[in-house]
Design a protein around this ligand. Sequence first.
Ligand code: 6PG
Length: 236
Amino acid sequence: MQAIPEIHADADALADAAVAKILGWLGDNHGRFSICLSGGSTPKRLYERMAKLPLPFDRIHWFFGDERCVPPGDAKRNETMVRAALLDHVPAPEANIHAIPVTASPAESAVAYEATLKAYYGQDVLDAGRPLFDLMLLGLGSDGHTASLFPGKPALAVTGHWAVSSEAGLDPFVPRVTLTFPAIASSRHTVFLVSGADKQVMLKRALAGDDLPAARVTSIGSIEWLVDKAAIGQTA
Ligand code: 6PG
């Protein structure tokens, strides 16, 4: 099925639109609110904007859709980027920041993260009527990957776990931990943020529903594609 994207002028307008949506969803919800963050470069503008807003930080819980298994503080870690752009500048309780841990091996990290997710959710089985995440932010890689679910890699087929170790198909070629499709699907609102002309080919294919990891994302809630003109190939 062809997905219809919401098109914004440029990367800044894209980030502004995402902020407006998030503020609306936070306003509709008065309890704890779980946000699963994506890595890469596109969401940085969104995170920097969120850092300047008086969000209800005491009730927001931050999770990560994937992580690069490098030492804490390494610039390649998504956590490092997210802390520098957002979390270091706001009164987010450390107990609400659920980073993917650095452990002896990526497999151990995935097991530990799955335990963290299950503890937050309060049960070991995902319920189709109760999303794990209120908001799932995702990106699109130039090879069609999302989170660290890369084309042709074994992690794509994992359905019995919420998090798994995975192999990178693109730079940085470091081991990864990623949420699996079933965990990603347990989200109230899913938003793909796609910016830049280098995404044109894959974005077209993903929206058309080609067999790419990003196009295989399903959800018990809504899925929206927020893209900029460069990514969709509009010049004016
Ligand atoms: C990661 C990501 C990844 C990302 C895409 C798009 O850790 O690499 O979470 O899935 O969202 O690669 O990244 P860009 O925004 O940098 O293009």
